[in-house]
Design a binder for this molecule. Structure first.
Ligand code: NAD
Length: 338
């Protein structure tokens, strides 16, 4: 029987998770919530998704949308809810809604690790989410760091990492955040990303710093990794190519910036022009030949979409599907990820 899934919080992440769930043969999207009326609700209606309210005080009816029920009705019909509400609301929802209705729930990276005790990136720690009731899919930046660092760690062993996150100021639709003319450092050391990576890659020593720039397209990370084993640039390229959800991009393809990567994703016909793979620039991989044996690389992260396949695999793991590799393959196929 198909896994019955609902999505609470139908914004940047929620609408993508809903479409991804609807594409899986072993899942059924029961419905999504609408906090208030917007173009998102209009598109959900066009797609034939059932729409549930989260409060009586909403403007759906006055905009011609007849809801299919409220959040409690939705919870009665699902095996699992994916919560993609703004940060801190997921925590409240677990306590006030999901536990009461005895429904399994995934929360997103805006919530703290302690809320679920299990943080998830499929290719790193799928088994930790098996049969769990509450799991957090980590943030876009943490997902990206975990994917490539896990590949490096499995092959060469990591002594320590320093990474800097150059973060997009806002998502493309977002007219409320910035900066629009500044580079803004995060004034805490380490930034929260380092400890967050350790919630998935428990033994990796990592120190992170971060800043925001006036761009909406993608994040860009620069990493310096002290390796335990010596290697070559070509071997690292092969390691990334063999790992799932990582894409090597090249100067020769004219993929020299986040803008060109996003254009490439649109040209490939990806839904919404998304790029869920982490893109590592081939020419920006370097190895120092001194005793420390440092690996340096740069990667681009499509913040709106890299966590979406993770949510799909997390659903399967929490519902007891044991084969991580098979789940990742099934999910990748629906996203067109090779
Ligand atoms: P968003 O603002 O785009 O979407 C949130 C949606 O939830 C909106 O549609 C809003 O109307 C709705 N909402 C607000 N309050 C609600 C409530 N009480 N009940 C139900 N719905 C409610 O936010 P987002 O970017 O999709 O972020 C959601 C979560 O995903 C956060 O934890 C965030 O940190 C995480 N995340 C975001 C990104 C990103 O780049 N946007 C990437 C990875 C993870």
């Amino acid at each position: 029987m198909a896994i019955r899934v609902g999505v609470n919080g139908y914004g940047t992440i929620g609408k993508r998770v809903a479409d991804a769930v609807a594409m899986q043969k072993d899942m059924k999207l029961v419905g999504v919530t609408a906090h208030s009326y917007s173009f998102n609700t209009e598109v959900a209606k066009q797609k034939g998704y059932k729409i549930f309210t989260v409060s009586d005080d909403n403007d759906l009816k006055s905009n011609g949308i007849k809801p299919d029920g409220n959040i409690k009705n939705l919870l009665e019909e699902v095996d699992l809810i994916v919560d993609a509400t703004p940060r801190k609301i997921g925590k409240e929802n677990i306590e006030k809604l999901y536990k009461l209705k005895k429904v399994k729930a995934i929360v997103q990276g805006g919530e703290k690790h302690e809320i679920t005790g299990t943080s998830f990136v499929a290719q790193c720690n799928y088994n930790e989410a098996l049969n769990k009731d509450y799991v957090r899919v980590v943030s876009c930046n943490t997902t990206a760091l975990c994917r490539t660092l896990d590949a490096v760690n499995k092959k060469y062993g990591i002594a320590s990492v320093h990474a800097t996150m150059i973060r997009r100021g806002a998502d493309p639709w977002d007219i409320y955040h910035g900066p629009i003319n500044a580079i803004v450092p995060v004034l805490e050391m380490p930034s929260h990303h380092g400890p967050d990576v350790q919630s998935v890659l428990h033994k990796v020593e990592i120190f992170t710093s971060a800043l925001s720039v006036p761009s909406t397209l993608m994040h860009l990370h620069t990493l310096t990794v002290d390796l335990k084993k010596k290697t070559t640039v070509n071997d690292v390229i092969e390691t990334f190519k063999k790992s799932t959800r990582i894409r090597i991009v090249r100067n020769a393809e004219h993929l020299r910036s986040t803008a060109e990567i996003m254009e490439f994703a649109r040209d490939m016909g990806r839904l919404r022009g998304d790029m869920p793979e982490i893109c590592v620039w081939q020419e920006a991989i370097g190895i120092t030949s001194n005793a420390h044996n440092k690996l340096l690389y740069m990667q681009a992260v499509h913040q709106e979409s890299d966590v979406i396949p993770e949510n799909v695999d997390c659903i399967r793991a929490m519902m007891g599907f044991k084969d991580a590799r098979k789940s990742i393959e099934m999910t990748n196929k629906t996203f067109g990820i090779k």
